[in-house]
Design a protein around this ligand. Sequence first.
Ligand SMILES: Cc1cc2nc3c(=O)[nH]c(=O)nc-3n(C[C@H](O)[C@H](O)[C@H](O)COP(=O)(O)OP(=O)(O)OC[C@H]3O[C@@H](n4cnc5c(N)ncnc54)[C@H](O)[C@@H]3O)c2cc1C
Length: 400
Amino acid sequence: MAAEVLAQHGIQVDLYDAMPSVGRKFLLAGKGGMNITHAEALPQFLSRYGARREEITALLQDFGPDQLRDWIHGLGIATFVGSSQRVFPVDMKAAPLLRAWLHRLREAGVSFHMRHRWQGWQDDGQLCFSTPQGDITVAANAVVLALGGASWARLGSDGAWLPLLQQRGVAVAPLRAANCGFDVNWSEHFRSRHAGQPLKTVAATVTLQDGTQLRRQGECVISDSGIEGGLIYTLSAPLRDALEAVGSASLQLDLLPDWPLERVQQELAHPRGSRSLSSHLQSRLKLTGVKAALLRECLGAEDYQDMTTLAANIKSLPLQVQAARPIDEAISSAGGVTFAAMQQDLMLHSLPGVFCAGEMLDWEAPTGGYLLTACFGSGRQAALGALRWLAETSNKEHTS
Ligand SMILES: Cc1cc2nc3c(=O)[nH]c(=O)nc-3n(C[C@H](O)[C@H](O)[C@H](O)COP(=O)(O)OP(=O)(O)OC[C@H]3O[C@@H](n4cnc5c(N)ncnc54)[C@H](O)[C@@H]3O)c2cc1C
């Protein structure tokens, strides 16, 4: 996005990427449906950036979700708004969009240099790259770094830039997993039977340290190591923060979110005759499969047999999580270049002429198109900053 804005203003742009081709994570996002942005009202949209709401609001002021959709339409790709108000390209793929975009960038004169790994700066300020043909240096009048976070390192963003910026006095918050799964100590019995199975329409509640309760409804998946999926990702930031702060974290699962507790109690109190408890759960509450197994997994035999306790746990089953899954498996990264290290136009205070954009900045957001929207918006703002910088420095050269 930064390359596009700069090229549109007649700047010669050279785009370097360590990988053999660009946009690999963007393409991977396409495998999950390519949720490019979200159609909810702007105040609610901006609230998704949590503690960084103010900073991201500034970045999206003239290129928010609506402008992003117009931009996609300008590439000849139609979009639609899903039932959850998430916005997707009609074919739900990233490849046609990326193809059309790369074509337009090449037409605009952007030069692509693949397999060029940026390695920092020389003492004279030139950029250093390692390439299959050996190391090279490049002089640039302005630089936009958009090096990504540290998830899915095999797609290119490995966080190796972090020490390179720190050595230059740039404050960087440690990269941490965001939108990630968590380890749970499943028994071998439960793991071997249920790993890979979805828990469909459940609600999960996390209690924050100040007592506030966050409740979200959706789906998640039992994994070999624990629990993952959309519902868990939406609660992953407070779970991760609690694990880091106090060493433990838990969530409460509501296995029947559409049933009030009283109804669950009434159904369980129904005489069950000679039927087993599991067929009672099945016939009265439609609780079968992985949901029923989860109750047995998490409750002791006594609690499982006590109808009052069982009803309470069906509506609020405590699940202790042990650790966040490694950042490489996460959908995105939290942490990165701090906003205090940059001017409002994303130029680094300690490195004039160097701008940063995208996931490498210190913000995080849930899935839902918020990630790509802020990446695009920040790319655009970094380019506008670079344009101002280029104009100022060329004016100075002319007057001196
Ligand atoms: C499985 C998955 C699904 C996702 N789905 C969605 C979704 O549906 N909607 C959404 O909004 N977001 C989604 N995301 C997140 C989204 O893809 C990222 O937030 C976004 O791609 C980040 O963009 P970026 O340009 O900042 O970084 P990246 O896309 O990570 O790009 C960084 C680039 O920098 C290059 N690079 C890194 N270091 C160097 C170096 N030293 N030298 C040269 N090049 C370097 C990398 O090769 C890479 O090409 C998903 C992520 C994953 C992993």
